[in-house]
Design a protein around this ligand. Structure first.
Ligand SMILES: [Zn+2]
Length: 256
């Protein structure tokens, strides 16, 4: 007979403030976090926040090896979330990460700092909603010096994820995402190199190491949860993303 010990990972929550009402709450789970989860960058994409927090908490218990050490900024733009609108003060947070070390916009700077001060992080997992959309897609953003070592692994994870998504009767996006940016999404997937297009997004900035010299950042994955799905189905989809993609990816990265 043996006794099982359940060790709760330490959770540290702190809120930073900046000029013009900027405010950001960060949750740090465990020690030496290697993954960064972000949501609520756009205030009209608020329905994923509760489900993402809940499913991450479940994964911490079920799969502590891959989920018990991470950083979360789940309400990245509180002023926009409060009004449930994409932008606040006329500011779209995800267009403020211009090509420089840290952004000028105070809210964007808080988010940038929260990544820069956690030097062990190698991957950003970002959750958005595409408000009127019924189809799912994801982006893979790589650093300029990515050598493609993980390409085959990521392709396998993506195939597994997208077949699970299709089995949930959620169709995959195909075609141009944002007409201004011209990203071509092929059957639910779009790979972007960090020097391809400067869209001034947090995710793109996070892999632009030539700007900020974060020592370990390698990739950002951006999941576009279909906004038109019922919230329960959004949560099921988030669960599948954590099960089929995030967990196995962290396993590959941590080489266990
Ligand atoms: Zn968004």
């Amino acid at each position: 007979m043996h006794a099982e010990r359940h060790i709760q990972p330490a959770v540290t929550e702190f809120t930073r403030y900046g000029p013009e009402g900027a405010r950001l709450t960060i949750e740090r789970i465990g020690v030496n976090p290697t993954a960064f989860f972000v949501s609520g960058i756009h205030g009209d994409e608020h329905e994923v926040i509760g489900p993402l927090r809940r499913q991450l908490d479940i994964k911490i218990m079920e799969d502590p090896r891959h989920f018990a050490s991470h950083v979360r900024a789940l309400e990245a733009h509180p002023a926009a979330l409060q009004d449930k609108v994409r932008a606040a003060r006329g500011v779209d947070l995800n267009r403020q990460f211009v090509f420089k070390e840290t952004p000028d916009d105070p809210q964007a700077k808080l988010l940038a700092d929260s990544l820069l001060e956690h030097e062990g992080i190698h991957t950003v997992f970002s959750f958005h909603e595409d408000p009127l959309e019924r189809r799912f897609y994801l982006y893979n953003l790589m650093t300029r010096n990515d050598e493609g070592v993980m390409d085959a692994d990521i392709e396998k994870l993506r195939t597994n994820l997208l077949s699970r998504v299709a089995a949930m009767d959620i169709p995959l996006y195909n075609g141009i995402d944002d007409i201004d940016l011209g990203y071509w999404v092929d059957h639910g997937f779009c790979a972007v190199a960090s020097d391809a297009i400067h869209d001034n997004s947090f995710e793109m900035w996070s892999v632009q190491k030539e700007l900020h010299r974060h020592p370990n950042m390698e990739r950002a994955f951006l999941f576009e949860i279909p906004g038109a799905l019922p919230v329960g189905q959004k949560e099921e989809l988030i669960r599948v993303i954590l099960d089929e993609f995030v967990g196995p990816y962290m396993s590959l990265k941590n080489r266990d």
